[in-house]
Design a protein around this ligand. Structure first.
Ligand code: SF4
Length: 232
């Protein structure tokens, strides 16, 4: 379905209204410890929505998802399949940074089930507004929020599932996880991620072809030379 400029502007306006609602939310304790809420950003009519776990330190400070090193890697991962960040919509399962204090130092932690449940309404609203064809879940927590707590990212990533709102859902590793790998593990994980990205690219092309549309220039076919997309 193609939508016109007025419809896109209306979606943009509704996303701003949603952001204002999230900004006022204190449903969880982390609603009071956050610096900024981190709502989704990108194309309000994107065919692809990426969903990560939650904001980290940089995101909390800047109020934008996937900034810092993991964000830079995500940008490279998208570029490897011919997409710019502004071609997609990028968000998280929760909109406030989840932290714990370890040895007097504030550290990121995984969102609790209660926080994810509390915040689900906002993620669902984003998905309903953007109405993508494809959802790419980044990392196990995001995947489990859609596919249940028994989901195993090592065994079940890279497979298409029925997603929210009639979307196609697929899971790959979170960029922060890739960055934590060392030695030979880096190439092994990157190879798996690359195959997942190619599956996403192929599905996008299927939708574009079905709609008898040429992919925009920004969504050119992937270059196999990007197999070793560099992030170090
Ligand atoms: S995590 Fe979500 S539900 Fe919880 S306080 Fe933040 S915005 Fe509200």
């Amino acid at each position: 379905m193609s939508i016109d400029a007025a419809q896109i502007e209306e979606r943009r306006r509704q996303l701003v209204t949603l952001h204002d609602r999230v900004d006022a939310c204190r449903r969880c304790a982390i609603g009071s410890s956050r610096t900024k809420v981190v709502c989704g950003v990108g194309d309000p009519a994107a065919r692809l929505v990426l969903v990560g776990e939650g904001p980290g330190e940089n995101e909390d400070r800047q109020g934008e998802p996937f900034v810092g090193r993991a964000g830079e890697l995500l940008t490279k991962m998208l570029a490897a399949i011919g997409l710019r960040r502004e071609d997609v919509f990028i968000t998280n399962t929760i909109k406030c940074r989840a932290t714990s204090t370890e040895g007097g130092r504030v550290a990121n932690r995984a969102p609790s089930p209660e926080e994810m449940s509390n915040c689900r309404e906002y993620l669902d609203s984003e998905l309903a507004l953007v109405a993508p064809r494809i959802v790419l879940a980044l990392g196990a927590p995001a995947a489990k929020s859609f596919l249940g707590r028994d989901f195993s990212i090592t065994r079940q990533r890279g497979i298409w599932y029925p997603g929210p709102g009639g979307t196609d859902l697929i899971v790959t590793f979170h960029p922060a996880y890739i960055l934590r790998q060392t030695g030979g593990e880096i190439q092994a994980v990157k190879k798996l991620v690359w195959s997942d990205l190619l599956a996403v690219r192929a599905k996008l092309d299927d939708y574009a072809n079905a709609a008898l549309q040429q992919p925009p220039e920004s969504q050119a076919p992937p270059d196999p030379a990007n197999l070793s997309f560099d992030f170090q």
